[in-house]
Design a protein around this ligand. Structure first.
Ligand SMILES: [Zn+2]
Length: 114
């Protein structure tokens, strides 16, 4: 093995690709998810990434959740948290609205456009 091929292999911190968010497909680009070795507050596991966007919950969870717990609804259920604030739409089903509010990453600035 050459030094260059070793360098190109993934860091051990990175445990996998972050989940796909249908309504926020590239959270790394928006800065809502950053690489971090911080342990997730929800499951207590270091996943290599944390979510840094807004969290609407009774507890202070900003920067303490991993995108996996948000993607599968665990964080929303456990903390009664939402991540995108109030989502309103006339021709959107309640199911979709809940998916956006509870299982989609928000990003800073999402709501500042007023
Ligand atoms: Zn987590």
């Amino acid at each position: 093995m050459t030094a260059s091929s070793r360098r190109s292999s993934r860091s051990l911190l990175v445990t996998g690709e972050i989940p796909y968010f249908r309504y926020h497909p590239d959270p790394m680009a928006t800065g809502s998810v950053v690489a971090s070795d911080a342990a997730c507050a929800c499951r207590g596991r270091e996943r290599g990434y944390v979510y840094t966007g807004p969290v609407y919950a009774a507890e202070q969870l900003g920067g303490r959740l991993c995108p996996w717990c948000i993607a599968d609804g665990t964080a929303a259920a456990r903390y009664e948290a939402q991540f995108c604030g109030d989502v309103v739409g006339d021709d959107v089903s309640r199911e979709v609205l809940m998916a956006i509010a509870e299982r989609t990453l928000g990003f800073t600035g999402w709501q500042e456009e007023q």
